[in-house]
Design a protein around this ligand. Structure first.
Ligand SMILES: NC(=O)c1ccc[n+]([C@@H]2O[C@H](COP(=O)([O-])OP(=O)(O)OC[C@H]3O[C@@H](n4cnc5c(N)ncnc54)[C@H](OP(=O)(O)O)[C@@H]3O)[C@@H](O)[C@H]2O)c1
Length: 258
């Protein structure tokens, strides 16, 4: 019974940002659970490497090089997925960028638009397009990767005006879409990670003192390992979460309970 609840055999999952960090872990973890996987990002060689890992697990993998700031490339991503697999069951909106649009006073409109296009507008476009395929089949799981900075302001050492704004707005997108599709078999939820060491956070977590300071923000006193997101991802991607929608669940070592 328990095994069946989390079994993704026969399902097709699309993971954005699968060229590094969480996206690689997610693609491999979903394949371990039985899903075939579509991987998308801009760096093709890195995607091919992720795809190798999916295939080593005995699952099919489609690589689609995609710049998510380009609406025509999002359309191409979904239509290629449908041509290859004929279905899309799980969408993990994981890609994002940081390291810019940090301060309210100095962020330019160009920087603001770039961070919104990457971290928010792509989530809207992909949810709408992939969601259409899910609604047609009456089953779907959309999982948006938020952040502690999607529910509260960033720590002082990590000024994140644009990132924080996009992640907060994503919560509205998640709740409202979840409500609109609640009776149609498609759930929409968010995972809210604390700090994990990936390319995104390397600029501050590679500094031991800063890492210790940021780790101390979580009651557990450490940063997370990407694998520690996998249990929740599988819950939200599978039949096990059939009565959960519109939620943000934090995986942050307790940071958000302070
Ligand atoms: N690491 C953390 O501590 C942490 C904490 C909270 C939330 N998160 C969230 O977790 C998610 C994954 O982050 P991560 O830590 O794994 O970061 P990461 O290693 O930097 O990965 C980000 C991914 O997004 C992709 N990406 C960026 N811009 C893109 C674009 N225009 N088009 C297509 N793909 C694009 C990158 O691929 P290409 O460069 O190849 O395009 C990369 O694969 C993000 O949503 C992030 O906000 C991370």
């Amino acid at each position: 019974m328990a095994e069946k609840l989390f079994d993704l055999t026969g399902r097709v999952a699309l993971v954005t940002g699968a060229s590094s960090g969480f996206g690689v872990t997610f693609a491999h973890g979903l394949a371990d659970a039985g899903a075939d996987v579509v991987v998308a990002a801009r760096r093709l060689e890195r995607l091919e490497k992720t795809a190798e890992g999916v295939r080593e697990r005995g699952r099919r993998c489609l690589v689609v090089q995609t710049d998510l700031t380009q609406p025509d490339q999002i359309e191409n991503l979904v239509s290629r997925s449908m041509e290859e697999f004929g279905r899309l069951d799980i969408l993990v909106n994981n890609a994002a960028r940081g390291g810019m649009a940090m301060w309210m006073e100095t962020t330019t409109l160009e920087e603001y638009r770039l961070i919104m296009d990457t971290n928010l507008t792509s989530v809207f476009l992909l949810t709408q397009r992939a969601g259409k395929e899910m609604l047609a089949r009456g089953w779907g799981r959309i999982i948006n990767i938020s952040s502690v900075e999607g529910v509260q302001a960033a720590p002082e050492k990590d000024p994140s005006f644009g990132y924080c704004t996009a992640k907060h707005a994503m919560a509205g997108l998640t709740k409202e879409t979840a409500k609109q599709w609640a009776k149609r078999g498609v759930t929409v939820n968010q995972i809210g990670p604390g700090f994990f060491h990936t390319e995104l956070t390397d600029r501050f977590l590679s500094d031991p003192q800063m890492k210790a300071e940021l780790a101390a923000l979580a009651p557990m006193g450490r940063v997370g390992q990407p694998e520690e997101l996998m249990g929740l991802l599988l819950l939200l991607a599978s039949e096990a979460s059939s009565y959960i929608t519109g939620q943000t669940i934090m995986v942050d070592g307790g940071w958000s309970i302070w």
